[in-house]
Design a protein around this ligand. Structure first.
Ligand SMILES: [Ca+2]
Ligand SMILES: [Ca+2]
Length: 480
C-alpha cells in the first residue's frame, strides 16, 4: 500500500484533532481499500494528497470530502484515537458518508471513489463507471439505470434543486412504466422553472459564450457608458429557440425577434415572437438570419471592418463547434484565400485557415456593424460604398462563399448549409451534454451520445425539449 495513501488517510483523520502526531497509521489505507477494493486509487498504488486535502502540510486543511470523513469518524469517542480504534471506526465513517455528495458535483462520494475521480473536488468527475461485482449492496443501482437516481439528477440539472421526499417516495412505489412517465413529468415541470428558462437561467447561461456580452456597450435595460446594442434581445431569441418544443435551427434561421416578459406573480418568464420591427434592431426582414444578424452580433463582431472574419469565426465556433484558430473544421477552398482586403492572409502560415475562413466570411460582406449611418443593417454594395479605397481589389469581394466545403450564394444559403449539417446537431446536443454531465462524452457513453444527436436531427425535429426527454432515459444519464 502506498505511503502517500497512508499519509493522506492518516492526516485526514488525525491532524488537528488532538496532539496525535501526523505519523502514518499503517491500518488506514488497508481499511480504506478493503472497503473499496475496486477504487482506482487503490489499484494504481498511489493516491494524491488532494483526495482529502487542500493543504497537507501542517497545519493541514481539508477539502469537502476530508472534512466530512473527519466529522463522521467516531464523533463521540474521546481524542486522541489510538491506531486500533481509528482502524475500527474508519469503515463506518466511510460508509456514513458514501451516499453523500460532499463536493456537490452531483456524483456521490462512493460514485467518485469507484469512478476514479476526487470526491472532494467539484471539478473532478468520474470519466468511466466502474462496476463492482457486488453492485447490489450499494444504495443506488450502480452501473444500471436507476430511476431514483435520475429523479434526483434531473431535478438538480433542470430545476436546480433536489426532489421532494414525497416525489421520491411516489417514484419508489410506482411500477416501471409509471416511473418513466413520472420522470418525464418531472422534466416537463422543471423546464418551466425560472432556473431553466428565466433570465440568467441555465439556458440563458448557455448563450454567454455565443453572445459574449459586454456591459459597457449594452443599450436597453441597464445600459453601459457607451450604449451601442442590446444583447438582451439575443438572449431572448436564443432561449426561445431552445424551449417549448421550438426548432433549435431557428437560432440561425429566424427572421423574427423575441421579446421576453419577466416572471411575475408566480407565472414564469415568457418569450414572445416578434415578426415585425423591434426597437433597436435594424436588419430588414429578408436579410434576418437569427443570432447572426442581430444588432449586437453585427456591432460586436463586424464593428468597422470591411470583411468581418471575426463574425464568421464566432458563428462557426458558437453553432458548429469549430475553433478555426485551432485548425478545427477546415474545409479549404483551393482557389482561396484571395486576400481581397490585403491583410496578408495568403502567407503560408495563414493560408491553411483562411482558405476556409475567408470564403465563409464573404456572405457577411453587406452586413454593416458600426458607422456609416447603418448600424446593424444589411446594405447592398456596402463594400463599394464605404470601403472602396481600402485596397485595390476590395470591391471584388463576392457575396457568395462556402461553408463546410459547400458553395453558398449568401448568408441565407450559409445558414441553410449550417443547420442541415451533422455539425450543427452535435454542437447543439453537446452544449446540453456538457451542461448535465459536466464533461465530454466518455468512450462508454459515446453510443448514447451518437444516438441522441441523430434522433435530434430526425425524429425530434430539432426540439431541445424532446432531445432532453430522450437524454434522461439513456443508460449514460441513469447510471450512478
Ligand atoms: Ca461528488
Ligand atoms: Ca468530485
Amino acid at each position: 500500500v502506498s505511503p502517500r495513501l497512508a499519509l493522506s488517510i492518516t492526516a485526514a483523520l488525525a491532524i488537528g484533532l488532538t496532539s496525535v502526531a501526523a505519523d502514518a497509521k499503517p491500518g488506514a489505507p488497508a481499511v480504506f481499500c478493503a472497503t473499496y477494493p475496486d477504487a482506482p486509487a487503490c489499484a494504481s498504488g498511489a493516491v494524491a494528497c488532494s483526495y482529502c486535502h487542500t493543504k497537507s502540510e501542517a497545519p493541514a486543511e481539508w477539502n469537502l470530502y476530508g472534512s466530512a470523513l473527519k466529522a463522521a469518524l467516531l464523533p463521540s469517542a474521546p481524542r486522541p484515537l489510538d491506531d486500533a480504534t481509528f482502524a475500527m471506526g474508519l469503515p463506518d465513517a466511510l460508509a456514513a458518508i458514501a451516499q453523500d455528495d460532499s463536493d456537490g458535483d452531483m456524483t456521490s462520494n462512493q460514485g467518485e471513489i469507484l469512478g476514479g475521480s476526487l470526491p472532494g473536488d467539484a471539478s473532478s468527475h468520474p470519466t468511466e463507471a466502474t462496476c463492482p461485482d457486488d453492485a447490489a449492496k450499494y444504495d443506488y443501482a450502480v452501473c444500471h439505470y436507476d430511476s431514483r437516481y435520475v429523479l434526483r439528477k434531473l431535478s438538480l440539472d433542470f430545476c436546480g434543486q433536489s426532489p421532494t421526499l414525497e416525489a421520491i417516495e411516489a417514484l419508489e412505489k410506482a411500477a416501471g412504466a409509471d416511473r418513466e412517465k413520472m420522470l418525464d413529468d418531472a422534466l416537463d415541470a422543471c423546464m418551466q422553472s425560472e432556473f431553466w428558462r428565466g433570465k440568467d437561467g441555465a439556458v440563458w447561461r448557455l448563450a454567454h459564450r455565443k453572445i459574449r456580452p459586454l456591459s459597457s456597450i449594452k443599450s436597453g435595460e441597464n445600459p453601459g457608458v457607451i450604449p451601442l446594442a442590446d444583447y438582451d434581445d439575443d438572449y431572448a431569441l436564443f432561449v426561445y429557440t431552445q424551449i417549448d418544443d421550438h426548432d433549435a435551427r431557428e437560432a440561425l434561421s429566424a427572421n423574427f425577434f423575441v421579446t421576453r416578459t419577466p416572471a411575475s406573480d408566480g407565472s414564469p418568464t415568457t418569450y414572445t415572437r416578434v415578426d415585425g420591427k423591434k426597437k433597436g434592431q435594424a436588419v430588414d426582414l429578408q436579410h434576418r438570419e437569427g443570432m447572426l444578424t442581430t444588432a449586437w452580433f453585427l456591432v460586436s463582431n463586424v464593428m468597422f471592418t470591411a470583411l468581418p472574419r471575426t463574425a464568421a469565426a464566432q458563428a462557426y465556433r458558437s453553432y458548429l463547434g469549430f475553433e478555426i484558430a485551432r485548425q478545427e473544421g477546415l474545409h479549404p477552398i483551393s482557389s482561396e484565400p484571395k486576400d481581397y482586403d490585403e491583410k496578408g492572409v495568403g502567407a503560408p502560415v495563414c493560408a491553411s485557415c483562411h482558405s476556409t475562413l475567408d470564403p465563409m466570411t464573404y456572405p457577411f460582406r453587406n452586413y454593416n456593424g458600426l458607422g456609416n449611418g447603418g448600424q446593424g443593417r444589411y446594405i447592398p454594395n456596402r463594400i463599394e460604398k464605404f470601403f472602396a479605397d481600402q485596397a485595390p481589389d476590395i470591391t471584388k469581394i463576392p457575396e457568395s462563399g462556402a461553408i463546410l466545403g459547400k458553395p453558398v450564394n449568401d448568408l441565407a444559403g450559409w445558414v441553410q448549409v449550417a443547420i442541415a449539417s451533422d455539425e450543427f446537431a452535435t454542437a447543439t446536443v453537446h452544449d446540453y451534454w456538457v451542461l448535465t454531465f459536466g464533461a465530454d462524452p466518455t468512450p462508454k457513453q459515446s453510443a448514447d451520445y451518437g444516438a441522441l444527436w441523430k434522433s435530434f436531427e430526425s425524429d425530434d425535429n430539432y426540439s431541445v425539449a424532446r432531445m432532453l426527454h430522450r437524454l434522461i432515459h439513456t443508460e449514460a444519464y441513469g447510471e450512478p
